[in-house]
Structures are given as structure tokens and as C-alpha cells.
Design a protein around this ligand. Structure first.
Ligand SMILES: Cc1cc2nc3c(=O)[nH]c(=O)nc-3n(C[C@H](O)[C@H](O)[C@H](O)COP(=O)(O)OP(=O)(O)OC[C@H]3O[C@@H](n4cnc5c(N)ncnc54)[C@H](O)[C@@H]3O)c2cc1C
Length: 447
């Protein structure tokens, strides 16, 4: 019997992981991507953390006040530039509704549940395929330079422990014992939280390595090809319109999975599917390591500046520092004030142990949902939301909206989607879209 055919739209980390698990499940998989290779957009140079136990949603009760204070600082971790774009205002309104204690807790439960499932899947995949992507298994340490923020971290840490995370509170001494490079903070270091089971690595390398395994297992990749339209006839997708080297062509399969990062929204709007996704631009800076002994080995989160730091070492030795968020539409221009703010902070923290002369600056668009929780499941007409369903589009599936945590959640999201597409129930407490699984409801909001 012929295998069912499925087209994955987009070859970022999410699309490639989806291609892998679907090909393993017996689907005949094709991936369509506008660039010449995988991971050329948001999965290109991210913070590199597989951050299951530090996955606090951006929308939480403390965020609105902090964001107001940041509004006037050009180098602030979060920058909101109001535009005339209605999408942006709708996103803001939905985001604010997620900032209550109840919603933040429910979203955290969903993120951790998906994260634990995902980390197990990732570790199994690393073992199975002997994947090498500059990974380090030295844990993630979140350090605080403010008493209030450290106090605020205690409740989520306890909740995460209840959910099965090995996240512990560390005194300043325990923090510098775990990562000696932090001793440069002196009395400024108030405390930390640490999880030894989280890891870090190079998301682009991971995606490229996995794509090679996909290709070796029969997945077809169509590169340099832009999806220009998705065509719906009643309750099914009939075909895609593509532009390949200036030629307009069509493409057909039995199923379609949307993994287009921030760019699925407009294509799906046109067929009546409303994805609540808006891009949040982030920055990274990659520095060459000059003094290996004095550069952090453990992956770090700097609470005050909202930066993550991961050592990436193979032939060359680098420190990747990433963070900040700009809500100002789809542009990926580098704002040099924000780039310099990252370098200033890193230099103040660690001194001259890195080469600051030619940092590699990069920006990417995080595909944010208001809740920070990705949209995984079946597409239907109307607003897509966790646990909601409507008039389904039978052969259209979603694995998108991974926001700040796409690398962390890629394997689990893809494995869960492949199970859903085979009519099975993934074993985690998560509200999939367009699918009724009453036993697994986690009580997330309806918009
Ligand atoms: C600064 C920064 C730091 C981050 N740090 C971390 C971290 O430490 N840990 C973590 O887990 N996550 C992190 N993230 C988030 C993570 O990078 C994203 O969630 C993830 O890369 C999203 O993957 P994706 O596959 O959904 O999207 P993408 O990687 O953007 O892939 C979408 C693909 O679709 C293609 N595409 C789009 N439109 C079309 C079209 N019309 N036709 C054909 N192809 C199309 C694009 O070219 C792209 O390749 C960070 C993000 C940023 C910006």
C-alpha cells in the first residue's frame, strides 16, 4: 500500500523535527523551504538552551509593570514600538489577558509538561543518531542580581519541582562553585536557580544534522521555493501554490503541516484560519573565546538583562549570548544600540576573556503566541487556541508558535504531532488544537 504523503511547510528546527518523526511513523514526507538550507531564519543563531526547567512564560503578573518601565529605554530588554498594525494591538490585548496568576501557572504547567516530554525525546534521538551539535550537558544556571527578582523566582521554582523538574535554589557561594566565572559579580550576585538536567547546543547545527538523517531516510527537501498560497476547498486543503526560481507551480499531498515560524499567520489568514502569532525580534551575539578557562562552561540566564549564554565548542570556541525582545513588526534590521548593550553587559560581567572586536550579531523573529505555549494539533476555521476546536480542515495540521522555546520543544512537539496524525494520544498534559482529548485538559484559557 502507498504511504500517505505529507508536506511540511518550513525547514526550521520545528519543521525538520516534524519531518523526522513523521518519516519514522511511515509517512512519505516532503519539506518545502524558501532558503537554500534548513535553519536559515529563527533557528539560525538562537540562545542554544534546551531550557525545560526555566521555562517561565513571558506573560506573567510582573510583566506589564516592568514593560512600562522599559518603554523609555532604547537598550531595555523589551521594546514595544506601537504601530498602526491591528495584529500587533490584538496580540498585546491577548498577551495582557495571559498575565494573571491563574493563566501564568496554567501556561507554565503546559510548557514544563511539553518540555519534559521533549527533552526525553531529544536525548533518545541524540543516542539513536549519535547527533553532534556542540551540545553540553552541564545544566542551566539562572542568576539574579536583584533581591526582589530572586524572591519572585522561589514560587515558580517550587511549582516546577512539583511538576518533576530538578530545579534547585542556590546561594551566591553555591552559584560560584557551580560556575566560577560568576565570581566576577562579587556582592552583586544575590542567588541563583540551577537545573543539572537541562542542556545547551547549536540549534542550527542540530537542525542541519537532523535534516541529513531525514534525507538519508527518504525525506525529500525542496529548497529555494516559496509557498505563495495555501488553497482550501471546503474542509480540506487541495494544493499549495509555489514560486520556484521565478516559476509558479503547484504542489499536492494528502496532509500539510504548518511549521512556518512567524510567517504562517498571513498565509493561513487567507483561508480563514486565525493564528494568534506575532513576531518578537530577538538578538544574539557570538564571541570568539580568548581565555577558555575564564568563560562560563555552564549555560547561563542573566535575569537582570534577560540574556541567555551558551558556550559552543567544536573546532572553534565561542560564547553565544542571546535575548531582548522587540515588538515592532516583521523587520529583522540590526539595531546597533541593542547589539552594543549586549556586548557592554558581557564585557562588564566577564571582562576581557572574549574577543569583542568582531562579534557576530544576528536577529531572528520568535513566533510568539500570547501564552508562550505553541499551537500543536489540527487546524480549523476561526481563531486557533489551546484546547479549542471548530470546523476542522481535515488534512491541515499545525506545529508552530514556539516563541522563546522552539529548540527546547522541537522534538516533543514533533513527536506529539506525529502521534496525533496517527490517531494516538500523546502522553502529556497539553491542550492540543482542534482535537478533543478530555482527560488531558489542563485548564488553559479560552480567548
Ligand atoms: C534571540 C533568540 C534567542 C532564542 N533562544 C532560544 C533558546 O535558547 N532556546 C530555545 O528553545 N529557543 C530559543 N529561541 C526560540 C527559537 O529559536 C524559535 O522558537 C525556533 O527557532 C522556531 O523554529 P521554527 O522552526 O518554528 O521557525 P523558523 O526557524 O523560523 O523556521 C520557519 C521556516 O519557514 C520558512 N518559511 C517561512 N515562510 C515561508 C514561505 N512562504 N515559503 C517557504 N518557506 C517559508 C523559513 O524560511 C524558515 O526556515 C530563541 C529565539 C531568538 C530570536
Amino acid at each position: 500500500m502507498a504511504k500517505p504523503t505529507v508536506t511540511i511547510l518550513g525547514a526550521g528546527v520545528t519543521g525538520v523535527a516534524t519531518a523526522w518523526y513523521l518519516s519514522q511513523a511511515g509517512f512519505d514526507v516532503t519539506v518545502i523551504e524558501r532558503h537554500h538550507a534548513p535553519a536559515m531564519e529563527t533557528s539560525f543563531a538562537n540562545g542554544g538552551q534546551i531550557s525545560v526547567c526555566h521555562a517561565t512564560p513571558w506573560a506573567n503578573p510582573a510583566t506589564p509593570l516592568k514593560a512600562l518601565k522599559w518603554l523609555i529605554r532604547p537598550d531595555a530588554p523589551l521594546l514595544y514600538r506601537p504601530t498602526l498594525c491591528a495584529e500587533q494591538w490584538r496580540f498585546l490585548w491577548r498577551f495582557l489577558k495571559e498575565c494573571t496568576h491563574t493563566q501564568a501557572d496554567a501556561n507554565l504547567v503546559a510548557l514544563v509538561s511539553l518540555g519534559l516530554y521533549s527533552r526525553t525525546a531529544l536525548l533518545a534521538l541524540i543516542d539513536k543518531l549519535n547527533l553532534q551539535f556542540e551540545q553540553r550537558h552541564q545544566g542551566i544556571l539562572h542568576f539574579y542580581t536583584s533581591h526582589t527578582e530572586y524572591q519572585n523566582a522561589i514560587a515558580p521554582t517550587l511549582l516546577m519541582q512539583e511538576l518533576g523538574c530538578h530545579r534547585t535554589l542556590l546561594s551566591p557561594k553555591q552559584a560560584t562553585d557551580t560556575e566560577p566565572a560568576l565570581s566576577s559579580l562579587g556582592d552583586g550576585l544575590i542567588g541563583a536557580t540551577f537545573t543539572n538536567q537541562d542542556l545547551s547546543g547549536n540549534a542550527r547545527l542540530f537542525t542541519n544534522e537532523l535534516a541529513k538523517h531525514c534525507a538519508a531516510n527518504g525525506v525529500s527537501f525542496i529548497y529555494n521555493t516559496t509557498i505563495t498560497n495555501i488553497h482550501r476547498q471546503q474542509n480540506a486543503i487541495s494544493h499549495l501554490s509555489l514560486n520556484q526560481h521565478g516559476q509558479n507551480i503547484t504542489h499536492q499531498s494528502d496532509h500539510y503541516v504548518v511549521c512556518l515560524g512567524s510567517y504562517g499567520k498571513r498565509l493561513l489568514d487567507a483561508i480563514g484560519v486565525d493564528l494568534p502569532i506575532f513576531p518578537a525580534k530577538g538578538y544574539s551575539a557570538t564571541y570568539r573565546v580568548k581565555d577558555p578557562a575564564c568563560v562560563p562552561q555552564v549555560s547561563l540566564i542573566d535575569d537582570e538583562y534577560k540574556l541567555v549564554m551558551s558556550r559552543l565548542t567544536s573546532d572553534d570556541d565561542k560564547l553565544r549570548v542571546a535575548g531582548t525582545a522587540e515588538f515592532n513588526g516583521y523587520n529583522t534590521n540590526l539595531n546597533l544600540i541593542r547589539c552594543q548593550a549586549i556586548t557592554n553587559r558581557v564585557q562588564a560581567l566577564f571582562g576581557d576573556v572574549l574577543d569583542y572586536d568582531e562579534p557576530n550579531y544576528w536577529t531572528g523573529q520568535r513566533p510568539m503566541t500570547p501564552s508562550n505555549v505553541p499551537l500543536i494539533g489540527k487546524a480549523y476555521l476561526g481563531l486557533i487556541w489551546h484546547g479549542r476546536h471548530g470546523q476542522n480542515i481535515d488534512n491541515l495540521w499545525l506545529n508552530t508558535g514556539h516563541g522563546t522555546l522552539g529548540f527546547t520543544h522541537a522534538c516533543g512537539s514533533a513527536l506529539a504531532l506525529s502521534l496525533l496524525m496517527q490517531g494516538q494520544t500523546p502522553p502529556l498534559a497539553f491542550d492540543f488544537t482542534g482535537i478533543k482529548i478530555p482527560a488531558l485538559r489542563t485548564g488553559m484559557s479560552s480567548l
